[in-house]
Write a protein that binds this ligand. Sequence first.
Ligand SMILES: [Zn+2]
Length: 111
Amino acid sequence: MSNNIPVLPGFIQNHDSGQQTLRLWCRWCCTWHEHGYTGTPVGQTTDRVAHCGAPDSTYQGTGYDILVSGTPFSAVANTMRKATPAQQRAIREGRITPTVQQLRDQEPPVG
Ligand SMILES: [Zn+2]
């Protein structure tokens, strides 16, 4: 683990298909990133490249280490206010409105 790589909690999402993915809150996109889950045990980290829609995202350059949480995604999904599709478009275009900034300033979920 290198010093400059952020460690973020990731939450396992169980899909109806039986598939599992790892979801993490992105404070830049103000949405939940979704990554493939390959069975990393709870409490351990797995590194990923960030596919971030926000041009000013620092995750883009570094990627991140995802600390797998024992809390299921379903328990945290509704605790964060996500950007609307229109806001997500604005973020992708680099327009950070005061409302978007408020979304970015939300306290991140704890693993
Ligand atoms: Zn992002």
